[in-house]
Each structure stands twice: as C-alpha cells, then as structure tokens.
Design a protein around this ligand. Structure first.
Ligand SMILES: [Zn+2]
Length: 235
C-alpha cells in the first residue's frame, strides 16, 4: 500500500476474539449467558442497575484476571500506524483497550470503552478502574447511582460519527478487519463510500468470505493475526 494515501481502518469482534475475548453473539442474542436486552439498554439500567453494573464489573475484571493480551493483529495495526504518512484513523467497534495496549494512538471507539464510565445526570467522566455501584456518588453533581459504563447501548447513537464521516470523506483506502460486512456499521460505511464514486481501495480481512466480499478490491481470508502481517510487511 502507498503510505501517502489516506487510510481508514474498521475493526470488529474478530480481532478481539483472537485474544480470547467473548463478545455478544448475534446467533442467540446472549453475551456471557446474559440476555442482551437485560444489560445493554438504558431501560435495563433504570430497572435493575445492580445487575447491569455487576455485568460490566465482571467484564472489566475478567479481562484483567485472564490476563488477556493484544494479539499479532493488534500489533500489526500499531506498526502500520507508525509507518503511515497520510491520514490514518482506526475506528473500532471493540470495547476493550487491546489496540491501545499494542501501541495504537489514532483510534476512535465508536461503541465506547470498558476503560471509562460517566454520570448520566451531569456527564462527568471517570476512569472505569473501580467497581460500579448504585452507592457511588458523583463527585461533580453529588447525585448517587447515576454513573454507568461508557458503552453505547441499544437505542443510543454510536460515538464520534461526525469525525468518522469526515475521515471517510477523505479516505483512499478502507480496511475492514474482523467484522461482518453485512450489518451496520461496516455495511453503512461501505455504501457511503461506494456512492462517492471516487477511486477507493477496499480490503477485507475475515476468517471467512461474506456475502459482501464482492464489494472489496481484495479479500484476505484467514486469521487477521496472520493475514495482516503479510500486508504490513509489504507496505
Ligand atoms: Zn454527576
């Protein structure tokens, strides 16, 4: 790849999965045996904040306890960022910080992050390095029990969309890694770019071909930890 071009990278669950992180399964709508609507909506948080808080406390501690580490795909993307001379942005749907641990800097967590929480009453942000609880009193507004994980729940807008579309408007190369291209957001981003009728290269890195593979200039099939290395080495 020509490193002077503008590069947009989208990563999804497949990249975290290679590090052993279990994510929400579309098949049965379960995430670690919880029904997704019980832990991923504002309504659920209002109805049973302890259940929701405990769920995210568990997610946070399981990542630490199991010593989950970045894999080669994360490291290759950090390496690519260092090599790149044009615009570079890594947009991830993942809520872990494995990209950052591997050295990525220009990154946007469009679905939020397990590293942060915020007060629903006043918007104050906190580092999520303690157990969330209904007893927690916001230091800014003094209201109790309104601090929640900073993850985009169902019915909420993905983050940084303005920035993301500005990057899309300028990108010359679009990489989709470990994400199903059939569903939002990848499908939406690809449609948006295809309508621009500019010369854009589309590369996908997936464990298997998808029904949208035909939209890509090139498909790299296999574990991203392996396929990315080849591309980055040759860049
Ligand atoms: Zn507050």
């Amino acid at each position: 790849m020509n490193t002077k071009k503008n590069l947009f990278i989208l990563t999804g669950a497949g990249v975290s999965k290679e590090s052993g992180i279990k994510t929400f399964r579309e098949k049965d709508g379960l995430w670690e045996n919880y029904k997704i609507e019980d832990v991923c909506t504002v309504e659920a948080f209002i109805k049973d904040p302890n259940l929701v808080n405990n769920f995210y406390n568990e997610r946070r501690s399981s990542i630490i306890d199991q010593k989950i580490l970045p894999n080669e795909a994360h490291y290759q993307l950090a390496k690519l960022e260092k090599k790149w001379k044009g615009d570079f942005i890594l947009v991830t749907q993942n809520i872990d910080n494995l990209h950052e641990q591997a050295g990525s800097i220009k990154i946007l967590h469009m679905h939020g992050s397990l590293d942060k929480c915020f007060c629903m009453n006043c918007g104050a942000e906190y580092k999520f390095n303690f157990d969330l609880s209904t007893e927690f009193v916001c230091k800014k507004c003094n209201v109790k029990g309104k601090v929640r994980v900073d993850i985009v729940w169902f019915g909420e807008q993905p983050k940084y969309l303005d920035k993301i579309y500005k990057y899309l408007d300028r990108t010359d190369v679009f990489l989709s890694i470990g994400t199903s291209n059939n569903v939002y957001p990848a499908a939406g981003f690809i449609d948006y770019l295809k309508h621009q009728k500019r010369k854009i290269d589309f590369y996908e890195f997936n464990i298997e071909k998808t029904s949208k593979s035909f939209l890509f200039t090139k498909s790299f099939i296999g574990p991203a930890s392996e396929t990315l290395k080849k591309l980055v080495d040759s860049t």
